[in-house]
Design a protein around this ligand. Structure first.
Ligand code: GLA
Length: 736
């Protein structure tokens, strides 16, 4: 009894919308959602509920309804019920038993929510886990992670499984939505009902953790997912390295689903020293009753306003990137021409991509040499970089540059000649070589290598303080599983230490250069993710710039990431990746869904195209706040129905402005395009439609029409879309 009273005192500091209902029930709430734990001292921490906001009176009712999960919040291996484990350890004496029991609960208010920490201790060993919950009131996100430590005298404890979080999900018609892809075809949306057995979503690239699956999912609780209605849980693992999300479907093969997420443990057993704390990455959970788009909006708000996207509320510049325009064939004249072209288009930033660096011995004529040798190629750029920065400035542009600091070329860079032991390598074995047949990953477990990676950015910023943007690329897998730095008996820490090292570096960069805009790129879109974005302002979505294929990829990316983070560029035709020829209007209409850029030679535009492009850039700049910071409503999925149309819109939070996009992806004779119903508008407001990027195709526009939000959302509009790759974009403005 004494114990219970003391325990109640520990938890009795209710904050904001959350509350402590009894000594045991710990209610964590945001504006619209709640998570309920039961923490009884001496017993395993239980999770009881996650979903719509409940009040304190309803806490008991969750239990009375028989709907409380009543499952361990962090199931340990071989504890009852014997389901998938979140944690499995081998104690210093060889025992693999673990019985965690609650010791204390603390709650601490933050600026935008609170942090709840539940400490549990093993009943037999000095081994502890703290399960942590950080709520974000306004964005309806609750991050969950775990901190593991021990004080065992006999030696290290081996962590064999160490998930960040476990979440039970109830429902007999739960659907999974997740993203999957490959190079140049990233982030495709896949949806399926959960049925008996285990679904695993994972990445084991070591470096580029969005290369295959992506570490986010949505679980729609009411059957086939809908964009605008229905109960949906979203989960995003915030980690840049290898991960595994597991969903094990149990009870009648459909009713109870065990969701676990965390670092992938393959070849990653971690030996934890006494006194050391192993902190897992966070899993961000959100819940919405406004369908998948509702979950997306929660993630977007959390990213932009709660620090999960670096400088999340800053407006992004329109840029021109040199890659598809000149590839490795950089020279002063070509770059100056690109800068001037970018300025004429109304761009604000010029980015010089790969190909600008070399060493005395090695030149970067293609992707097989000089990576790691971060000095200017004086044959290509005899006067160096400064005149280019000056030229950009003269033209009213900022200047950006490409780097790939975590990697080097094996036997074809001075970096390798000087520091072969900085490269990850299998001792005594032929290396597995990446891009260009020579590329390998550096050993970021080594603090000297971390210093080197930091110095790539720091030296450039010291030499050229006016650089305002860096595209940080990473184009190889962690294939050679051997760290010259880590001890022989700690090689299983490589994947984890690599990402700890990377984090150290980006944290140092952010401390020194908070305003430098960083783009995360990894062979295209493989570093879109919330392990990376707190330090990066945006990501490159894909090396495929084909506007048609981008519709599918951007649709997928928009499930979890805001438009502010999604770099999307207009490139030339025929497209360099697919050979497809689509109108310039369609290319702009697609690129204007995200952070607009141009990735071609402006000199390739005809005078008419140039005039069109200039107007599009002007309109984008006027509307970018709405696009980059607005609320996203996905309307018609390119993945559904006949797959012949796609449509989405952004609405300003005050519902005064919106921008609507409609695309035709396929054309069949005799097939009528269905009406497009909008969403997210104020039904009581009238909106004036103004068409953007008007094409000279003789199609009728709705220019100037005034239509109520009510009608736009219930009856919709009939778009005149002609052949394949026709599109319409409307700006909507509320009128009195
Ligand atoms: C990667 C990137 C591209 C480009 C090249 C340069 O493939 O994804 O955008 O920067 O590297 O080598």
């Amino acid at each position: 009894m004494m114990k219970k009273t003391l325990f109640a005192a520990l938890v009795a500091c209710a904050i904001g919308g959350s509350g402590v209902v009894s000594a045991e029930d710990v209610l964590i709430s945001t504006r619209n959602t709640s998570l309920l734990l039961r923490a009884v001292e001496g017993e395993p921490l239980k999770i009881a509920y996650y979903g719509t906001l409940i009040n304190e009176a309803e806490v008991a009712q969750v239990w009375q309804s028989g709907m409380a999960f009543n499952r361990p919040a962090y199931p340990a291996f071989n504890t009852w019920p014997l389901d998938e484990a979140a944690i499995e350890v081998e104690h210093a004496d060889g025992s693999i038993s673990l019985e965690l029991a609650v010791v204390s609960v603390t709650r601490e208010a933050t600026d935008n929510g609170e942090v709840v920490r539940v400490l549990s201790r093993d009943k037999a060993y000095p081994f502890e886990v703290t399960n942590c919950y950080r709520s974000y009131t306004n964005s309806d996100v609750i991050e969950v992670w775990s901190e593991i430590s021990h004080n065992e005298k006999k030696g290290d404890v081996k962590l064999a499984q160490f998930a960040s979080a476990y979440m039970p999900v109830h429902g007999d018609q739960v659907w999974l939505s997740h993203l999957h892809g490959c190079w140049a075809n990233e982030a495709n949306l896949f949806e399926e009902p959960l049925t008996a057995g285990m679904k695993v979503i994972k990445n084991r690239d070591g470096v580029r953790n969005g290369m295959s699956d992506m570490p986010e999912v949505m679980l729609s609780l009411d059957g086939k997912p809908d964009e605008l209605s229905g109960r949906v849980i979203g989960a995003a693992l915030c980690y840049s390295g290898n991960y595994e999300l597991r969903i094990d479907t149990d009870i009648d093969g459909k009713y109870l689903h065990h969701f676990l997420a965390g670092i992938d443990e393959t070849a990653s057993q971690y030996y934890l020293k006494a006194g050391e704390t192993f902190v897992t990455p966070e899993v961000a959970f959100t819940y919405s009753e406004e369908g998948k788009s509702g979950v997306s909006r929660n993630f977007h708000n959390w990213a932009r306003r709660d620090g999960k996207l670096h400088n999340g509320t800053a407006l992004r510049d329109v840029l021109l990137n040199s890659w598809e325009g000149v590839y490795f064939d950089i020279d002063t004249e070509r770059i100056v021409k690109l800068i001037q072209g970018a300025a004429e288009l109304g761009g604000e930033l010029f980015v010089m991509d790969d190909g600008w660096f070399a060493s005395e011995k090695y030149r970067r004529m293609k992707d097989d040499a000089a990576l790691g040798d971060w000095t200017v190629d004086r044959q290509k750029l005899p006067d160096g970089i400064q005149p280019l920065i000056d030229e950009a400035k003269k033209n009213g542009l900022k200047f950006g540059i490409w780097i790939e600091p975590e990697m080097g070329n094996w036997k074809s860079s001075e970096l390798y000649d000087k520091h072969p032991d900085w490269f990850l390598q299998y001792p005594g074995r032929e290396p597995i070589l990446g891009r260009g047949g020579t590329q390998m990953v550096l050993d970021l477990a080594n603090p000297e290598v971390q210093d080197f990676v930091f110095s790539v950015v720091d030296n450039l910023m010291t030499d050229y303080p006016e650089i305002s943007y860096m595209k940080w690329d990473a184009n190889a897998s962690l294939a050679n599983y051997g760290s010259p730095y880590l001890p022989k008996n700690r090689q299983s820490h490589i994947y984890i230490e690599y990402h700890k090292g990377l984090r150290n570096v980006v944290e140092r960069i952010r401390a020194k250069y908070p305003d430098l805009v960083l783009q995360a790129c990894a062979s295209g879109g493989a570093r879109a993710g919330y392990g990376t974005l707190p330090y990066f302002d945006e990501f490159w979505g894909s090396d495929d710039t084909d506007a048609l294929q981008r519709i599918y990829m951007q649709w997928g990316l928009s499930m979890f990431y805001p438009a502010a983070a999604m770099a999307s560029h207009v490139s030339t035709v025929p497209n360099h990746q697919t050979g497809r020829v689509v109108p310039l209007k369609f290319r702009f209409d697609v690129a204007m869904q995200g952070r607009l850029g141009i990735e071609m030679r402006p000199s390739d535009f005809t005078p008419e195209e140039l005039a069109f492009a200039k107007q599009a850039v002007t309109d984008y700049k006027r509307l970018r706040e709405l696009i980059q910071q607005g609320d996203l409503y996905r309307l018609r999925s390119p993945y559904e129905g006949k797959g012949d149309v796609a449509s989405l819109m952004y609405v300003s939070p005050d519902k005064q402005k919106a921008v609507f996009y409609g695309y035709k992806l396929k054309h069949f004779a005799g097939h009528t395009v269905p009406p497009f119903r909008m969403a997210g508008l104020d039904p009581n407001k009238n909106y004036r439609l103004h068409e953007l990027n008007v094409a000279d195709d003789g199609m009728k526009s709705m220019e100037g029409a005034v239509i109520s939000g009510h009608l736009l959302m219930t009856n919709g509009i009939k778009l005149v879309l002609g052949t394949e790759y026709s599109s319409r974009v409307f700006e909507l403005t509320a009128v009195e």
